[in-house]
Ligand binder design. Structure first.
Ligand SMILES: Cc1cc2nc3c(=O)[nH]c(=O)nc-3n(C[C@H](O)[C@H](O)[C@H](O)COP(=O)(O)OP(=O)(O)OC[C@H]3O[C@@H](n4cnc5c(N)ncnc54)[C@H](O)[C@@H]3O)c2cc1C
Length: 481
């Protein structure tokens, strides 16, 4: 962090520095450049300043100041978001929560923990694993993304098929509202707390309704046993049909992941190769967990279904080390694209599982139409597709082609009754695509809710809903794009 004394005449920077301390604010261009985008690198905008509060009181004071002086502002966790949610489109004051990273309380008797928003996802499981517990939502970015960012995006992960996404594991929140007031929401485990379900509303609101400063999460007991299967297929259709049949057979795997040939080429060229054959069309990584008694039976059923669909090779992990290698290979899948392409765009559509083969065929057609390779790595069990459009931003027109191809993939998902996002959020990236699934009236109903919490629309404006003038959104302050 910067050690130089404040050297600017900007009265807002000086006022913010008085709140968080001179060592906890960035405002020089060279320092701000690291905050001009998140994991969605297509758009870049410099913030006005980045502040690093270390308490709810400091967050509230910064927010109150911005509110009173009409300064746009937004929250930022680790900046791993893939839809541009943390990009300071309007020269926002970025409120980085990375200094608020304490594990405040662990209550194993009631299976819960309280964390600050900057606490990194994987550290939670690592903190309680020795006592036989874990935190279930496991985005592939879990080694660096924050729980505050997970709440804002309602993050998912490989093991969310059986255990549910972030919203199913959040019991309570402390939130700084856009005017600087602090509220607590949630029933801390009460099954049906009175009043509106604000916890459900805030979770997944993409940082547009408030800034989360404290989170009570559910902890789960480690499953007694788990087994992991790796299955290689010569035809994508066979792999897709296997996914469908496993779920139809009443088996609910903890995770059911799929990678196609291009994705396999990338992961084998990256940091954690495991020796997948490069000529297969698709692989499935399937994990079942629970009490020891039923696991062998479930594995046998899964092996039978794989064989019924002409699996080329199928194997069960023989050790925890082998299982961990398979997962490391899968979880670094997005980053692995860097091994085969200068740039890539991650899409995040959802489809009914039964439509998997036809949508994958359509994505292949889109790839041919735009002359761009598209890899597919995805949570097949819950129909959450991640087409990765590979492109080279240094080639004229290629970024625009990649964006158009990505948008068409989402249209294909929406057309079969699916959705434009399963876990990465809408952000900037998919705000126009909201029209694929919502009518104007439905979007207006949502912006009306936002306006109750965020009436000046200073908090994270220009995200989540279609651009003013191009659709229904009308309420934008003059300072905001
Ligand atoms: C390699 C890779 C793999 C990924 N895999 C997955 C995956 O499997 N599943 C998945 O769901 N996502 C995945 N993601 C996307 C991303 O990691 C998640 O969206 C994550 O939840 C973002 O957390 P963050 O701390 O980085 O948040 P940021 O990117 O900093 O912010 C994301 C949004 O949350 C808001 N926000 C952040 N903190 C707060 C807060 N305290 N209060 C209110 N709003 C806040 C921001 O304003 C922004 O709108 C992946 C990303 C990468 C780069």
């Amino acid at each position: 962090m910067r050690k130089r004394p404040i050297a600017t005449n900007d009265p807002h920077i000086q006022a913010l520095a008085r709140i968080v301390g001179e060592q906890a604010i960035l405002y020089r261009k060279e320092d701000l450049m690291a905050y001009d985008c998140d994991g969605f690198t297509v758009h870049r905008h410099l913030p006005r300043a980045v502040v690093f509060p270390n308490s709810t009181e400091q967050v509230a004071a910064v927010v109150k100041y911005c509110h009173e002086h009409d300064l746009p502002f937004l929250a930022r966790g680790a900046g791993t978001g893939l839809s541009g949610g943390a990009i300071p489109l309007n020269g926002e004051v970025v409120i980085s929560l990375t200094r608020m990273k304490r594990l405040l309380h662990v209550d194993l008797e009631n299976r819960r923990a309280v964390v600050e928003p900057g606490f990194v996802n994987l550290k939670l499981t690592n903190s309680v694993a020795h006592r036989g517990y874990y935190y279930a939502p496991d985005p592939s970015s879990q080694y660096c993304c924050t729980i505050g960012g997970n709440v804002a995006e309602n993050a998912g992960g490989a093991h969310c098929l059986k255990y549910g996404v972030t919203t199913n594991h959040i019991l309570g929140l402390e939130v700084v509202l856009p005017n600087g007031e602090v509220i607590e929401i949630g029933g801390n485990g009460v099954p049906d707390p009175p009043g509106y379900d604000l916890l459900g509303l805030l979770t997944g609101s993409e940082g547009t309704l408030g800034i989360v400063t404290k989170i009570t999460v559910r902890l789960l007991k480690n499953p007694e046993a788990k087994q992991t299967v790796l299955a290689y297929f010569d035809e994508v259709e066979d792999a897709s049909q296997t996914v469908s049949d496993i779920i139809s057979a009443g088996i609910v795997p903890a995770a059911l992941e799929m990678m196609d040939q291009t994705a396999i080429e990338a992961v084998e060229a990256a940091a954690f190769p495991v020796g997948h054959p490069k000529d297969i069309a698709a692989l499935l990584l399937i994990e079942v967990d629970g009490i020891s008694a039923g696991i062998d039976e479930q594995i046998n059923d899964i092996l039978t279904i794989c064989r019924r669909h002409h699996v080329r090779e199928v194997k069960v992990a023989q050790s925890e080390e082998e299982r961990a290698r398979w997962w490391a290979n899968r979880k670094t899948g997005f980053g692995a694209m860097g091994a085969i392409s200068p740039d890539y765009l991650v899409q995040d559509g959802v489809i009914p599982r039964s439509r998997l083969p036809e949508v994958l065929r359509e994505i292949a057609d889109i790839s041919r139409k735009y002359g761009l390779r598209i890899a597919n790595i995805f949570h097949a069990g819950d129909g959450n597709l991640h087409p990765l459009v590979l492109f080279d931003a240094s080639k004229p027109g290629e970024t625009e082609r990649a964006l158009a191809a990505g948008s068409e993939c989402l249209k294909a998902c929406a057309a079969v009754g699916g959705s434009i996002t399963g876990e990465h959020g809408v952000g900037i990236e998919k705000k126009e695509e909201m029209r694929f699934i919502f009518t104007d009236e439905e979007i207006l109903a949502q912006t009306a809710i936002r306006d109750v919490f965020n009436p000046k629309n200073l908090l994270n404006a220009g995200k989540l809903f279609p651009t003013p003038g191009r659709c229904v959104e009308t309420k934008m302050p003059s300072t905001v794009k």
